[in-house]
Structure formats: structure tokens, C-alpha cells
Design a protein around this ligand. Structure first.
Ligand SMILES: [Zn+2]
Length: 320
């Protein structure tokens, strides 16, 4: 007899309406073929710049077709709710966000939310103006503090100001590099409390948390609880963590979701990059991401897994 535990888990998720992919970048999905093998092996922050080439070549219609194709693919794999970050900067201008907004209004077969991706930062006046002019079109304020290197606090103050002014939720890429040198989840929790945004902010990744000692992690979980911070883990996103020689507490290169759950924090999942320069072979299958999460963090509680794959995603997107 075949042991159907995985099939049954998937069936239960479908009965709840399907997967929620709470974080991805569909405006550059399926673009891996435009990059050389050498470019695909570059480091994350180098790729932040390399994607400019594809952004320059993409007009409104290219973006629209690319996003629609990626959504069709997501639906075929059982995902019914998606939040995609969309590049808004001096290279993509507002072509991608206008196309994404159009798709979001047209598609009735999926809930498609958008957030601004701030790859060129929010402090430079040109990018600041472009993003501010587009905020009316996004469902969620998106942020990447690392793009404003050494000015991360200013970056967060600005995007939190937008979240308050536009009364929208805020999703922030933090602690991506799996190193104790990063303490961005802590900064995000502190800033959330300072700005009075408790319960409206979500941390994407928070992988570096796992590279810190237990006492520090416990402190951050408590602080996150006070800030009402929720989390999106993209399980396969950093599983290709470059091997390093520094010594840190042993762990897998993934958000410490098992510990977040122990502290009663809300966790959702996302696919992050799909068939692009960052992840040429990632197909965005949320069942694969859930499996990666449950294996890496040893989470066998089915009720928890179903919540992570479905209702928690809707919670962090504010589409309950
Ligand atoms: Zn991302």
C-alpha cells in the first residue's frame, strides 16, 4: 500500500481554497534564459544590478504578458492568492506596476496583490518620486532596506511613513544573507513599535536570525510579538547559501519557523524568484516550498502546515 501522507496534505490545502504564495517577483519570472551561466552564479547583491538589462528591454506589454503567464502557471499548481513585488525604479519606471495593476483588475480567477520593490532604494530623489507616484496602485508597501546601504534606518522611517499615510500594510525584505552581521529583523521590530504600526508589518526572510545565539533569538521573538510582526519564509530562496568559514550556531539556511511558531508568531510562505537570474530552476510550486520548510525545520503538525500554506498568507496580505 502506498503511504499517502503528502498527497493528503495537498488535498486538505486544496479543500481550504488552495495555496497562498505570499511573496514572489512575477515581473521578472521566466527570464532566466536572458542571462549567461556566469551571471547566474553571481552573488545576490550583484544580481540586484544585473536584472537592469531585462528591465530596460521590457515595455508595458512585455511585463503584462510575463505576469499573466506566471499567474497561469501558479494557478495550474494550485495557488489561488498571490502577492508579487513589482520593480518601481529609474530603470523599470512605472511600466511594470501599471501592467501588474491592469492584470490584477482583469483577472477574476485569482487574488493578485502587488507591492513595490525598491531595488534602487527610496532615498534617492528620482526613485523616491517614482515610488510615491505609484503607491496609490499597490496593495502593500514593499521595501528592501539593504538597497539604501548604511542608511537602512532612514529607509525604514520613510516606508513606515508611507504605510501610515496610505493606510497600507508593509512588507520588508530583512536578514537575507544568513549571517550574524545582520540584525535587520530587530531593527524592523523596533521601528514598527516606534511608528505605532503594530500588527501591520511583515518581515520577509529573517534567515540571519537563525545565525545568532539562542538568547538573542529569544529576545527578538519577544520583541516581534510586542511589535505584532508577522513573517514570510521563502524556504528554497537561500538554501543555496554560499559556504563560509565563520562559526555560527548550527542551523539550516532558512527562516527559523519552528521557533517562530513556538512563540505564537504568524508565518506564511512565498516562492520568491521563479525561473529568473536568482533561481533559474525554481518553478514556484508551493507544495515544493512547503515540503522544503517542513523538512528543514521539522514541522510535522498538519494543522500548522495548512495554516502556513493558506490562511496565514491571507492574513499577512490583509485579504482575509
Ligand atoms: Zn523578494
Amino acid at each position: 500500500m502506498v503511504y499517502k501522507i503528502l498527497t493528503n496534505l495537498r488535498k486538505k490545502i486544496m479543500q481550504k481554497g488552495g495555496f497562498v504564495n505570499a511573496h514572489c517577483h512575477l515581473d521578472r519570472a521566466n527570464t532566466a534564459m536572458y542571462f549567461t551561466e556566469e551571471e547566474r552564479y553571481k552573488l545576490l547583491k550583484e544580481k540586484w544590478k544585473l536584472v537592469d538589462s531585462i528591465k530596460k528591454k521590457s515595455d508595458y506589454w512585455t511585463y503584462k504578458m510575463r505576469i499573466e503567464g506566471a499567474i497561469d502557471n501558479q494557478i495550474s499548481m494550485g495557488t489561488n492568492t498571490i502577492c508579487s513585488f513589482i520593480d518601481i525604479d529609474e530603470v523599470a519606471s512605472s511600466r511594470a506596476i501599471l501592467a501588474a495593476r491592469e492584470v490584477s483588475q482583469e483577472r477574476k480567477d485569482v487574488t493578485f496583490c502587488t507591492a513595490c520593490q525598491t531595488l534602487k532604494g527610496v532615498l534617492d530623489p528620482t526613485n523616491d518620486l517614482l515610488i510615491r507616484n505609484s503607491l496609490i496602485h499597490v496593495n502593500i508597501i514593499g521595501s528592501l532596506p539593504g538597497a539604501d546601504k548604511d542608511r537602512e534606518e532612514e529607509h525604514l522611517d520613510k516606508v513606515m511613513g508611507w504605510a501610515k499615510r496610505y493606510k497600507k500594510r508593509l512588507h520588508v525584505h530583512v536578514d537575507q544573507l544568513n549571517t550574524p552581521k545582520e540584525k535587520e529583523t530587530e531593527l524592523l521590530a523596533r521601528k514598527t513599535i516606534k511608528h505605532g504600526l503594530e500588527g501591520r508589518v511583515t518581515a520577509i526572510h529573517s534567515i540571519s536570525l537563525a545565525a545568532h545565539p539562542k538568547t538573542y533569538r529569544q529576545e527578538i521573538y519577544k520583541m516581534s510579538k510586542d511589535a505584532g510582526l508577522s513573517f514570510i519564509s521563502c524556504p528554497s530562496a537561500w538554501i543555496d547559501h554560499p559556504r563560509r568559514e565563520d562559526l555560527v550556531p548550527s542551523h539550516n539556511a532558512i527562516t527559523p519557523v519552528d521557533e517562530l511558531l513556538e512563540h505564537d508568531l504568524v508565518v506564511a510562505i512565498g516562492s520568491d524568484n521563479i525561473h529568473d537570474i536568482y533561481k533559474p530552476y525554481s518553478d514556484g510550486d508551493m507544495m515544493f516550498e512547503l515540503r522544503m520548510l517542513l523538512e528543514a525545520c521539522k514541522i510535522y503538525d498538519e494543522d500548522q502546515l495548512i495554516k502556513i500554506a493558506t490562511e496565514n498568507g491571507k492574513k499577512v496580505l490583509g485579504v482575509e
